[in-house]
Design a protein around this ligand. Structure first.
Ligand code: HEM
Length: 218
């Protein structure tokens, strides 16, 4: 994950003498490392600029965490989002109420440019998260399909359960609702990892059904 998003240094922009009254609107706050400092639904709507230290942004869904970005000095973020904000080091933030910052947006283009860079990184990371979740879901549907075939139409033998599919990759892809390419990537990985073995054209052997059952979670 890229850590420094913007080529503009918001901190040196704010240090310029013409920005002294704007700078005076911010309050410095210190937080120790490894602390969850803002969670969704935080009671104050604030924007902060990182002055010192690094922070991690992440989404928490049920028991999973999805990292969105690492913020570094000069980066900007806000408390009114669904992301959690955790300090990775001792940090100093320059904090301002969101409404107050709004009035400075038009006169300080460095703000919008930095916000766009940070949001761009969040969007990129969000796309990757969606990709990996969709991939996991297809993996699950494929393993479910092979388990179904093994238990209903499989022939147990000395090497494992033999499954005769009589399906092309395109047909298999249509059954699990994925593209041909993704289906073939996952089947190839299953063959490589020994979860499946190929006995013949369209004939597979499942050496260990429990390994297959766990496969989607690996
Ligand atoms: C000028 C100051 C800002 C104003 C007036 C503003 C306003 C808003 C508003 C009205 C929303 C929609 C909230 C809702 O749906 O309840 C929003 C969402 C959002 N804002 Fe801001 N914002 C500001 C600064 C920032 C900054 C500096 C960042 C980060 C770089 C940011 C990141 C976001 C994100 C990620 C969301 C989506 C939240 C979610 O759905 O999880 N905002 N903002």
């Amino acid at each position: 994950m890229k850590t420094k998003f913007s080529t503009i240094n918001l901190l040196s922009e704010l240090d310029k003498s013409e920005n002294s009254s704007f700078l005076a609107e911010f309050t410095d706050i210190h937080y120790p490392k490894n602390n969850l400092i803002y969670s969704p639904g935080h009671d104050k709507d604030l924007v902060f600029i990182v002055k010192k230290g690094r922070l991690r942004l992440y989404l928490a869904v049920e028991d999973k965490e999805f990292s969105l970005a690492i913020l570094e000095p000069g980066d900007i973020y806000a408390t009114h989002t669904r992301a959690h904000v955790q300090t990775l080091e001792d940090v100093t933030l320059m904090v301002i109420p969101t409404g107050k910052l709004h009035s400075y947006m038009t006169t300080h283009p460095a703000l919008s440019k930095t916000i766009i860079s940070v949001l761009g990184e969040l969007l990129k990371q969000s796309f990757s998260i969606i990709d990996s979740l969709v991939f996991k879901d297809i993996k699950q549907r494929l393993t479910d399909f092979f388990i179904y075939e093994a238990t209903h139409n499989g022939h147990p033998g000395s090497r494992g359960i033999k499954v005769q599919l009589d399906l092309s990759t395109t047909q298999l892809a249509a059954i699990v609702g994925a593209s041909r390419q993704t289906t073939s990537t996952i089947v190839s990985a299953m063959l490589k990892e020994g979860i499946l073995q190929k006995a013949d054209r369209n004939v597979y052997i499942i050496p260990n059904i429990d390994l297959l059952r766990n496969y989607a979670h690996t």
